[in-house]
Design a protein around this ligand. Structure first.
Ligand code: GSH
Length: 215
């Protein structure tokens, strides 16, 4: 019998949730081990042994270890039974990878750290949002949203008409962005993307991984 995989991360973290979504969509029985990397004490020494760059998540399956979310979600899709989360056609698969690259390289930092953290997390912790950071991040977020909607084209999902890893990669970022006034307005001004997000938000995997900020 295949050992129960362990995901090390935080339930409130975007990237941890992406990996959890892959596990949930494949109906894999897994354990989430919470690792607090954001405390004043810094990244725990033990975690640096799992991830030399101190990020989350990391993944362990028996003796096999992985870090980097794209590697983890691809592994989950290929190592476990269940519906395939990667399109068979080379073109659609290429677009799926392109979308995940866009999210990692251009969308995550402005959308999450520049907008969501400033608007939601900073005030919750008694701080004042950095408005110039939000304004600057919105510029990049606009480009990202426009580009992603163009790639989605007329499809039901981001890469084609079947759920793929691209949808699982994007949804946690967009759900946090949607919690902010300007992020929500940006999404709503792109009707196809807004509809896609509404469909994604209704999936049981999203419900089961809901974070503390969405309650
Ligand atoms: N390239 C990494 C990025 C993961 C990542 O940035 N995770 C965030 C949490 S959502 C993190 O660890 N942030 C800590 C930091 O930025 O120092 C991956 O794909 O797994």
């Amino acid at each position: 019998m295949s050992p129960r995989p362990i995901l090390y991360g935080l339930a409130r973290s975007v990237y941890t949730r992406i990996a959890r979504l892959a596990l949930e969509e494949k109906s894999v029985d897994y354990a989430l081990e919470e690792v607090e990397i954001f405390s004043a004490a810094g990244v725990p020494e033990q975690h640096l042994e799992r991830h030399p760059f101190g990020r989350i998540p990391t993944f362990v399956h028996g003796t096999f270890r992985l870090y980097e979310t794209v590697a983890i979600t691809r592994y989950i899709d290929e190592a476990f039974p269940g519906p395939s989360l990667q399109p068979a056609e080379p073109e659609t698969r290429g677009q799926m990878t392109q979308i995940m690259s866009v999210l990692d390289a251009y969308a995550y930092r402005p959308m999450i750290w520049g907008i969501f953290v400033q608007r939601v997390v900073v005030p919750q912790n008694g701080g004042t949002p950095d408005e110039s950071k939000i304004t600057e991040s919105m510029r990049t977020a606009r480009t990202c949203v426009k580009a992603l909607e163009a790639l989605q084209s007329s499809h039901q999902f981001l890469a084609g008409d079947q759920l793929s890893l691209a949808d699982l990669h994007a949804t946690p970022m967009f759900l946090y962005l949607r919690l902010t006034r300007e992020g929500n307005e940006l999404i709503e001004s792109h009707p196809r993307l807004a509809l896609w997000l509404a469909h994604m938000a209704a999936r049981p995997s999203i419900e089961r991984t809901r974070s503390v900020y969405e309650r």
